[in-house]
Design a protein around this ligand. Structure first.
Ligand code: MD3
Ligand code: FE
Length: 219
């Protein structure tokens, strides 16, 4: 006989598997934990063709996060501004194709949060090492404001800062762990957000690194 709490498919003292941060913003805990090695091998293939690099902000600063992209367009930054571009500015070649596995994860995660028919055309790949941070910003270079952004966290844990629609709203802090997927849609899509400096540590698959994938519909 079942004596305790399996109603939500959890073992008695496991954490909840989904956490709603705001209307349209949902953390799917451990959504890709079981396929982490498949994701990492796809990432390794992509960065052989389009290596991680530190882009320059329009203000002239070198970003501490190193980035690459796959998909029909990729996010780029330089002195001229932020934008999506079909070619890698370092090689002049198109960004690597988005793997079928990536598309499948992004679609399933979005559907799980109520966004059916999400078809991303861009995947930004962020690489963090201990000390790397991403300061508070908004993502507003995408044309389709109705489409969510899906993010996948791998490797070292991070503390995610989730602010409001204006920069002056004090952000809430949420831990993001290896295998977590977050869907950002609805009113929260344009909220300020960032990542605190990554703490020293080691993760079994990625060592002392964190990799974040963000799937976007840019065009
Ligand atoms: C909330 N990346 O690439 S992912 C970014 O972990 C970015 O690398 C962070 O912010 C990272 O732009 C955070 C989570 C995320 C992505 C997009 C959002 C949260 C968001 C858009 C709106 C609100
Ligand atoms: Fe962002």
């Amino acid at each position: 006989m079942m004596l305790t709490g399996d109603l939500f498919g959890e073992s008695p003292d496991s954490k909840p598997q989904q956490l709603c941060l705001a209307e349209g913003a949902l953390i799917l805990c451990g959504f890709v934990r079981e396929i982490d090695n498949l994701l990492l091998s796809e990432i390794e293939t992509i960065v052989l063709k389009a290596p991680f690099r530190h882009m320059i902000t329009p203000g002239g600063y070198r970003m501490s996060v190193a980035m690459s992209n796959c998909g029909s367009v990729g996010w780029v930054s330089d002195r001229r501004g932020y934008r999506y571009a079909a070619c890698d500015p370092d090689s002049g070649r198109p960004w690597p194709t988005m793997p079928a596995l990536f598309l499948d994860i992004a679609k399933r995660a979005a559907a799980g949060a109520g966004f059916e028919n999400f078809v991303p055309d861009a995947c930004l790949i962020n690489l963090y090492e201990p000390g790397t941070r991403l300061s508070l910003h908004q993502d507003k270079n995408e044309h389709d404001a109705g489409a969510p952004i899906v993010s996948v966290s791998l490797g070292l844990p991070a503390i995610f800062l989730f602010g409001g629609a204006k920069r002056n709203i004090r952000p809430q802090r949420y831990p993001l762990e290896h295998g977590d997927v977050v869907v950002w849609g609805g009113p929260a899509r344009f909220n300020f957000h960032g990542i605190l400096p990554i703490a020293e540590g080691s993760q079994p698959l990625l060592g002392s690194r964190r990799i974040n994938l963000t799937f976007r519909k840019a065009l």
